[in-house]
Every structure is written in C-alpha cells, then in structure tokens.
Design a protein around this ligand. Structure first.
Ligand code: NZQ
Ligand code: ZN
Length: 384
C-alpha cells in the first residue's frame, strides 16, 4: 500500500430531510450567495426547501450556471458575491453548479485572472466557505476538493484541486435526485463508475482495501441504475447512486493507490472540442481505453474486474470489458462518439497531441503514448 493522507473536512449529511441542518450551518453568516443552474431546483422543490431554511438572511441569487461551466460564469458569480458582500456560498445543483461555486468561492479571494487560478491551483491560499446540496448523482463534487471549469476561447476544460476548495458541509438528500432525467441518470452513473474505475485501474499491485471498496461500489451502481431508470422515485436506488457518487471520487478508492487517471483527460478534451456530455463520453471512452491497453501484462487486472464486479466465471480480459460495454448498452448509454454528434474527427490528432504534451500518461495503469491516445479516440468514434 502506498503512503497517503486522509483529509475530508466536510460535514456530510445524507438522507431524506437533512436540509433541516442548513439553518444552523448558515447561522454565522448574514449575506449568502445561492448558486444554481437552469431552473431544475425551482421545479422540483429544492429551491423552496433551501429558501425556507434561509429565512431572515440576505440571499443573493446566482442562477443560470450551465453544464460544463465557463470561466465567464465564474466571473459573473464573483462579481455578484462581491457586490452583495456575501460571506457564504450555497451551491444547489449538479456537478456544474457545485464546481462553479467552488471557483467563485476561491476566485473571490484570488487577486488576478480567474483562469490563472484554475491553471495554478497550488497558489490558492484561501476560499470562502461553501455548502453543497447535490441534486444529481454523478461527480461527487459535493464531497471533494476539485472543480472543473471550461475556457471556451482556448478550447480547454481543466480540473483543478486545492484543499481550499473543500465545502464546509454537504447535504445529500436522495429525494432531490428523483427528478433527474433518465439521460442524466445514466450519464451520472457512468461518471461515478468511471471515477471508481480510474482508481481501480492504477499502476502497481492490488490493494485489498481500496480495490475491495471499489468493487463493492461498482456492484452497487450496477444494481441501482436499472432500478432508478425504471422507478425514478425509488429511494433506495437513488440513495445508492448518490452515496456511491459522493464517496466514489477522491476519497477511499484512491487511498493506497498511486498514479494518474487514464480516461478523464480524454473526456474533458472531447467536451472542450465537441461539447459532449461528460458521463456519456466516459461510457464510450472507458471500454475503448480498456481494449487499447488489454495485453498479457494487464489481463490479470481485467479478469479480476470481470470476476468481482460482473460475477463472471473465469472470464478473459476481453469478456470482462465486454460485460462493461454490455451494461452500458443495456442501460441506454451511447456506444460511440457518433451517437454524441461527433462527425468531424479532424481534431483528434490535435487532441491526442495536446493531451500527451500536457498530462503525464506514463504514470497511468498502462503508459499511453500520443499514438495510443489517438487510437483510443478512433476506437471511440464508431462502434460499427
Ligand atoms: O441546470 P439545471 O436546471 O439544474 O439542470 C441540470 C442540467 O441540465 C440537470 N439536473 C441536475 N439536477 C437535477 C437536474 N434536472 C432535474 N432534476 C434534478 N434534480 O442535469 C443537467 C446536467 O447537470 P450538470 O451539473 O452539468 O451534470 P453533472 O452533475 O454530471 O456535472 C457535470 C460537470 O461536473 C464536472 C464535469 O466535467 C462537468 O463539467 N466534473 C466534476 C468533478 C469534480 N468536481 O470532482 C469530477 C467529474 O469527473 C467531472 O469532471
Ligand atoms: Zn467524471
């Protein structure tokens, strides 16, 4: 097991009705910025539930955070926060809303250009307090110290990490996710599974604790997704998906492991170039990446994956990868990038080159060259 530091300084309230803790959490703050997206929280009752807890406070609203939030959206939020002297930020929404809110909190304390902050997270010294209220199971942003922001002018989508970005508290109520569309439910589950698999497929030896937890989380999502798609109001299925997404990224599954993720950088680049949905793109890229790196050196890991996650009996590596593909297919996830509207593949070479230049793919589960990255993109393009 590798050395690690366990640090998750977030009060995490999980379950039905946990919004009742919001009032007390907000007690020290008079002026609050409420960040949300395109309006789902107004239709599903979350907005009313939050505002009910904030009676007597000055609440400034920052609506309209878009999927894959831009640096301009963050700048708008910072301006609103400063104009209204907000001392606390509440983010109620999906990963995009929570990520934008994290960047707003840190950006309010950052002297200079916001994109510089995103690209130099080591220089972030402080941030304003943030409370996250996830309304979709996907990113785990509610419990981690990562934010992902897009710079459309530069065709970049960057994740950045800093201890300062940890929320002070998260309120995760599975009933808030009942209204998530089938498409976003699937995409969120694929994203959750991808986070877990990114850590599961890391270089080095098996780690009984991290790997065992990862396998249990993956089996949980595999069990819960079809139920949530069939019965969107099924509390247990939504609860399993939400809790798995919260702890499936940058928490227990990464401890004791070393190395870099393989697939997320490719997804972010595809979103920057083609605007594809994050979770859907991962459902395509992940099996394509697996097929690219399957070889005698890696086979054993895939066999373990198929055996322990999909209950296959002595599978080959290829059969294990097929089981994952089949699961995504049976649950309505797209099979190739064409299905996401990616027709013109002329940018693939540039994307592969930029990825190889800017990220260290030598430290992934199986080292990836620029040619490998291009091959993964080409494999993802058309499933035939
Ligand atoms: O904007 P609203 O109206 O709220 O609607 C959203 C949006 O249209 C909708 N939605 C969310 N909760 C809902 C709901 N609709 C009905 N009922 C609800 N309860 O879902 C749509 C997509 O929302 P979005 O926040 O974009 O999705 P997701 O949660 O998948 O977040 C994706 C973003 O998070 C980043 C992704 O790159 C992407 O930008 N990620 C953040 C990570 C992190 N902070 O650690 C890690 C991830 O790997 C990921 O990169
Ligand atoms: Zn993700």
């Amino acid at each position: 097991m590798e050395n690690f530091r366990l640090y998750i300084p977030v009060k995490y309230y999980f379950g039905r009705g946990q919004i009742s803790h919001l009032k007390q959490l907000c007690e020290p703050y008079e002026s609050i910025l409420l960040v949300y997206g395109g309006g789902s929280i107004k239709r599903n009752g979350v907005y009313d539930a939050v505002m009910n807890e904030l009676k007597g406070k000055k609440v400034t609203e920052c609506p309209g955070v878009e999927a894959n939030p831009s640096v301009e959206t963050v700048e708008r939020g910072i301006a609103l926060l400063k104009e209204n002297h907000c001392a606390l930020v509440i983010a109620a929404g999906g990963g995009s809303v929570m990520d934008a809110a994290k960047a707003i909190c840190a950006g309010a304390c950052w002297d200079g250009d916001v994109w510089d902050m995103v690209t130099h997270p080591k220089d972030i010294e402080k941030s304003l307090p943030l409370i996250t209220i996830p309304t979709a199971a996907a990113t785990g942003s509610e419990l981690n110290s990562t934010s992902v922001i897009s710079n459309h002018a530069q065709k970049k989508k960057n994740g950045f990490v800093s201890d300062a970005l940890y929320p002070i508290a998260a309120i995760a109520d599975p009933t808030y996710t009942f209204s998530v569309s089938a498409r976003q439910t699937r995409a969120g589950a694929a994203d959750t599974m991808s986070h877990i698999m990114e850590d599961y497929f890391k270089p080095g030896f098996d780690d009984p604790i991290a790997d065992g937890i990862a396998e249990a989380l993956l089996r949980t999502v595999i069990h819960a997704l079809p139920i949530a798609l069939k019965e969107p109001d099924n509390y247990d299925a939504r609860a399993d998906l939400l809790y798995a997404s919260s702890i499936g990224i940058k928490t227990v599954t990464q401890y004791g492991k070393r190395g870099e993720w393989s697939c997320h950088g490719i997804s972010h680049a595809l979103t920057a170039y083609y605007g594809v949905n994050h979770g859907e793109s991962l459902a395509i890229i992940t099996p394509a990446w697996m097929e690219q790196v399957l070889c005698p050196d890696t086979e054993e890991r895939f066999v373990r994956f198929g055996t322990n996650v999909f209950h296959l009996d002595h599978p080959t590596g290829q059969e294990s990868i097929h089981a994952l593909k089949q699961f995504f297919k049976e649950n309505g996830l797209p099979q190739d990038l064409r299905a996401l509207g990616v027709e013109d593949t002329s940018a693939f070479k540039t994307i592969a080159h930029e990825l190889a230049e800017t990220r260290d793919y030598t430290k992934t589960f199986y080292p990836l060259t620029e040619e490998d990255l291009l091959a993964i993109l080409n494999r993802s393009e058309d499933d035939g």
